[in-house]
Design a protein around this ligand. Structure first.
Ligand code: SF4
Ligand code: SF4
Length: 303
């Protein structure tokens, strides 16, 4: 049987934040959204990308000589990469003696991914863990996701799919028999506000959320609480009302905005688009939790 292929930017072993127990998380590369607060900017493009980690760079300039297309030059503050010229060939990665260059994203077969997953089966069994597919957007590579999930279930593993819901509904529904838990992101109920800060309106997401809620597959709603976007009681109330109406008693996780991904923007040569944003206060997060619980939902605030 031919193994399906997909583009992956990371396989994180021993993960404890992406579902119950100890898990391996497979991060799919490529996302149709472009949320201003995205903490994994390397997940947005489908194509492999070059990361330059300035903190590791020792200014030896071997990469400058190694680049076959002249994309790396020496500037006032170290090396500069012309990303319009770079072909992501990887020669500078091989030439760098300090691990300061890295390519993120590669095509993998389901066989190759499963070979990594198999290494930790004992940990999954002992901890009640399993495997999580995350992104990027899993629903944009539905055949790859489907084949991986089938293999995980054949191996008796617990499966979780973490999705922002922006993908083909029929592809989503084909995953249902092989998913033990969905993490489903809901960001805002207003389509215009959603489009302004996440890059797309939310109609497809809300349709797909209703499909997941009706499927019988357990799910957790995850809400990133983002300053200037939904860190107000009206926005949280609207999300809570939507969830309570669709699935009374469901579980909601509130995830306060953080800037952990900021360094990755620099490594990719991108501007961080929320330079002045602050993490929502514990007081607001507590008020948000009470709003959600007030709708009869179970609520956890992530730390
Ligand atoms: S990945 Fe290749 S083309 Fe891009 S900067 Fe490095 S050596 Fe040059
Ligand atoms: S080869 Fe590596 S350490 Fe040397 S200048 Fe290039 S990125 Fe920096």
């Amino acid at each position: 049987m031919t193994s399906a292929t997909g583009t992956v930017f990371n396989i994180q072993r021993y993960s404890i934040d992406d579902g119950p127990g100890i898990r391996t998380t497979v991060f799919f590369k490529g996302c149709p959204l472009s949320c201003l607060w995205c903490s994994n900017p390397e997940s947005q493009s489908f194509a492999p990308e070059l990361l330059h980690r300035n903190s590791l760079c020792k200014l030896c300039y071997r990469c400058v000589a190694a680049c076959p297309v002249g994309a790396i030059t020496v500037g006032a503050n170290g090396i500069e990469i012309d990303r319009d010229v770079c072909t992501v060939c990887g020669d500078c990665v091989d030439a760098c003696p300090h691990d300061a260059m890295r390519i993120t994203g590669k095509e993998m077969t389901a066989d190759e991914v499963f070979d990594v997953i198999k290494r930790d089966i004992d940990f999954y069994e002992d901890s009640g863990g399993g495997v999580t597919l995350s992104g990027g957007e899993v629903l944009l590579q539905p055949e790859f996701a489907l084949e991986l999930l089938k293999r995980f279930k054949e191996a008796g593993l617990h499966t979780c799919v973490d999705t922002a819901g922006q993908g083909d509904t029929e592809g989503l529904k084909r995953l249902f028999p092989y998913v033990d838990l969905f993490y489903f992101d809901l960001k805002h109920t207003d389509p215009k506000i959603h489009q302004a800060q996440a890059g797309r309106t939310n109609e497809l997401i809300l349709r797909n959320f209703k499909e997941v809620a009706a499927s019988g597959v357990p799910f957790v709603v995850r809400v990133p609480v983002v300053p200037g976007f939904n860190d107000n009681s009206d926005a949280i109330s609207d999300i809570a009302d939507l969830v309570a109406t669709t699935s009374p008693g469901a579980t909601v996780h509130l995830l306060p905005y953080h800037r952990y991904g900021q360094q990755k923007y620099e490594q990719l040569g991108l501007d961080y688009r929320m330079p002045a944003a602050e993490t929502p206060s514990p007081k607001f997060m507590e008020a948000a939790r009470r709003i959600v619980e007030g709708r009869g939902l179970t609520c956890e605030v992530a730390v």
